[in-house]
Structure formats: structure tokens, C-alpha cells
Design a protein around this ligand. Structure first.
Ligand SMILES: Cc1ncc(COP(=O)(O)O)c(C=O)c1O
Length: 394
């Protein structure tokens, strides 16, 4: 349930609009691909680029501070702690780190679904080169994996050590019940690794309460950052139990003192933080510090309510004679991704038609994927609904 958080009031909408002056008159419905940079992120990036051009100040303390802020605010968005977070170049690095951390052995198996984004699918497939079996489970008819189906698979395959799944499916918006999947996974002695990229930033999450083991996700979609930065969260039990498979000089907490690098050996940090092996993405972490703090301030409950109100409006106004809504809109599984298909004509024709009307969306797996976020306005959805009315199949 969304709780009692009201959606945004007009002054807040005004403040949000002011952060995106470059979107122009387009109706942007493509946050599931790439989120636009808000002004506050752009300003933070411009500042570090200015500094790097002039090199007239020592940027180390500010970078370390931005890293700490980015880890702390990201942790808050997912219900974790800053010391359980590491910042990586992309989701795939996070997933690879998770698989390496869990030290799978030849003869072990990993479960994914047959509808996974390639980031997870290929990282899992790579494991087969080391004698690890990948069990690809067909999703249930409504487009995701239910706990009962997972239980049947795990019962039949005692060698499974990891279940790896997207929180929200990229192609139909199905949101998995992480808590139910975690319970089954743990009951069979396996770990739950989650690709969170399509959900984090759209609604509240409490990784520890949901008993997720590892969560990874890039920040250039719903977290409105430049590409090239992701986060990984790891459960404290695993941080205690396993040593990070990677480490480097930046796995050390230098406390912004870089003048005595030959000094006595210092301890490694632990968990995903230890996998921050080298020099950070200076621009990216500054942007993430800004956007993640902003999302915390706006409130994920409020963000979710806003987006769901927009999608309810779209769903209610969708002409079911002409369009098929692909996404599961039940409270348990809905997300900020809404996919639809024309009953006559092709999804690519509909996408072209929407583009002509200034609406930005993409086609994924035979459906038009619409992905609004908190900057999306009610008038944007009205424009979309009107454009759908005017669609003439070829
Ligand atoms: C579910 C999902 N996982 C991962 C990615 C991207 O992975 P990476 O950050 O490794 O490029 C995307 C989209 O780009 C996605 O939709």
C-alpha cells in the first residue's frame, strides 16, 4: 500500500519543473531507459569539471565527501546503511561482484528467469564456463516469477546456491515480491541477488526487511544521474562472512590524506565498499550525492503515489478495444513501467506515431514501454491519451 502520503503540491511541482528546463515541450516517458539530468546534478558536474580544468584547488576532500554523501543517500533510498554500499561503474559489475563474492563452485547452480535483461543473463551464463549450471525458469503467465514456482524449482534442484532476479522486469514492469522470493530462497539454503535498476528510486524499499542478500543497480535511469555509475548493497551477514573478491588501493579508507602513501599497512574496508578498487567517477558521485539526497527529500512514498496516480489515469482511459495493457497492475506487482500493444498494427508503428506527437517512449519485446517518473505531469498523460486516440494502424 502507498500509505497516507499525499502527492506533490503546486509549489513542489514548480520546483521539480524548474530542475528540467532542457526537456522542452516533449513528453518524456522513458525513465526506464535513461533519466534526464536535473539542474542540481548538472551544476555539480559542471563544478568538478571547472575544477579539473583549472586545477587550482585540492579536490580530494570534496570528492571523498561526495562519495560518503552518495553512499549514505543511496543507502537511505533502499533501507540499508552507508557502510553496506559500494559504488561501481554499472549494474553488470555489481552482479559479477555478487557472484564472485558468493564463491560458487563447479557443480553449484544458479536460478534466473527466461525473461531477464541480458545484464543478468550473460553474467550468469559466464558462470557455466566454470562448471556452474544456469537454470532458466519460464516466468508465470502474468510475466514474473511467483514464490510457489520458485519453491518447485528449488525442491527439484538442491544444487542451487543463488537465485538472481530483477526487482522490476525491464520489458513488462512486473515487480517481484522480494520478500516472498527471499523466504523461499533462504529456506533452500540459497542467496537472493537482485538487479534493482528498474525499481530503486520509484518507490520505497527496505532491503533488510525484505531479506535481500545483494542488490545492484545503475543510477542513470530513475536516479537521474549520468551513465557510468551504479551502486551495490550487501547484507551485513554476508559482509562478515565473505571477503570481497576484489580490492585495490581505494578499498582503503585514506580519510582524505594522500600525502603518506608509503606509510604503515592500513586495513581494507569490507563488503561492496572494498570493491571500489580505484579512482572514483568524480562527476558521477557528485551527481548521485545530489540526486539521491533530493529523492530522499521528496520522499519515495510521494514519488510512488504521484507516478501511480498518473498510471491509474492512463490505465483507466486506455481504450481496451484498440490496445492491450501488458503490465500487471495489481498492487502486489505494479511498478512505474507500463507496457501496451496495439491490437491492430505494430508496436513500432505506435512508437513512431507517439514520437511524431512529441512523446518519448521505446519498444521492448513487442510492446511500447511507457515509464513516467515524478517530473512527469498529469498534462503529459493527457497528451499521451489523446495521441493514443489518434493512432491509425498502417
Ligand atoms: C533490468 C536491467 N538491468 C541492467 C540494465 C543495465 O545494465 P548495466 O548497468 O550493467 O549496463 C538495464 C538497462 O539498461 C536493465 O533494464
Amino acid at each position: 500500500m502507498m500509505g497516507n502520503h499525499p502527492s506533490f503540491d503546486e509549489p513542489q511541482r514548480e520546483q521539480i519543473r524548474a530542475e528540467f528546463p532542457y526537456l522542452g515541450s516533449r513528453v518524456y516517458m522513458n525513465y526506464a531507459s535513461v533519466g534526464p539530468l536535473p539542474l542540481r546534478a548538472r551544476t555539480a558536474i559542471d563544478r568538478i569539471n571547472d575544477t579539473l580544468q583549472r586545477l587550482d584547488t585540492n579536490f580530494d576532500p570534496e570528492t571523498d565527501q561526495a562519495l560518503a554523501r552518495a553512499r549514505a543517500a543511496t543507502a537511505k533510498l533502499i533501507g540499508g546503511r552507508p557502510q553496506q554500499i559500494g559504488l561501481f561503474p554499472n549494474t553488470s559489475f555489481g552482479i559479477n561482484w555478487a557472484f564472485a563474492l558468493l564463491a560458487l563452485q563447479p557443480g553449484d547452480a544458479i536460478v534466473i528467469t527466461d525473461h531477464e535483461f541480458p545484464a543478468l543473463r550473460y553474467a550468469a551464463r559466464h558462470l557455466t564456463r566454470f562448471g556452474i549450471e544456469v537454470i532458466s525458469v519460464p516466468v508465470d503467465p502474468h510475466g514474473g516469477l511467483e514464490a510457489q514456482t520458485l519453491a518447485t524449482v528449488l525442491e527439484a534442484h538442491p544444487s542451487v546456491k543463488v537465485v538472481a532476479i530483477s526487482w522490476v522486469n525491464f520489458h513488462n514492469g512486473f515487480r517481484h515480491d522480494l520478500s516472498a522470493l527471499a523466504q523461499i530462497t533462504h529456506a533452500y539454503g540459497a542467496y537472493l541477488v537482485v538487479d534493482g535498476i528498474q525499481g530503486v528510486g520509484t518507490r520505497p524499499l527496505n532491503v533488510q526487511a525484505e531479506q535481500v542478500d545483494i542488490l545492484a543497480g545503475a543510477t542513470h535511469k530513475w536516479l537521474l544521474c549520468p551513465v557510468g555509475l551504479a551502486f551495490v548493497w550487501c547484507h551485513p551477514h554476508l559482509i562478515e562472512r565473505f571477503t570481497s573478491p576484489w580490492a585495490g588501493w581505494m578499498s582503503i579508507d585514506w580519510q582524505s590524506e594522500y600525502e603518506d602513501l608509503f606509510g604503515p599497512e592500513r586495513p581494507f574496508t569490507r563488503g561492496p565498499r572494498a570493491a571500489e578498487v580505484g579512482t572514483a567517477n568524480f562527476a558521477g558521485v557528485r551527481a548521485l550525492a545530489q540526486t539521491a539526497e533530493w529523492l530522499c527529500e521528496l520522499g519515495l512514498e510521494r514519488i510512488e503515489r504521484h507516478t501511480q496516480e498518473l498510471l491509474e489515469h492512463l490505465d483507466a482511459d486506455l481504450d481496451r478495444e484498440r490496445f492491450e495493457a501488458v503490465s500487471d497492475r495489481s498492487l502486489a506487482h505494479r511498478s512505474s513501467i507500463y507496457c501496451l500493444r496495439p491490437k491492430r498494427g505494430q508496436a513500432v508503428d505506435l512508437r513512431r506515431h507517439l514520437t511524431r506527437h512529441g512523446i518519448v517512449a521505446v519498444v521492448r519485446e513487442g510492446a511500447v514501454r511507457l515509464s513516467p517518473h515524478f517530473p512527469t505531469e498529469r498534462s503529459d498523460v493527457e497528451q499521451l491519451v489523446q495521441s493514443l486516440r489518434e493512432f491509425e494502424p498502417a
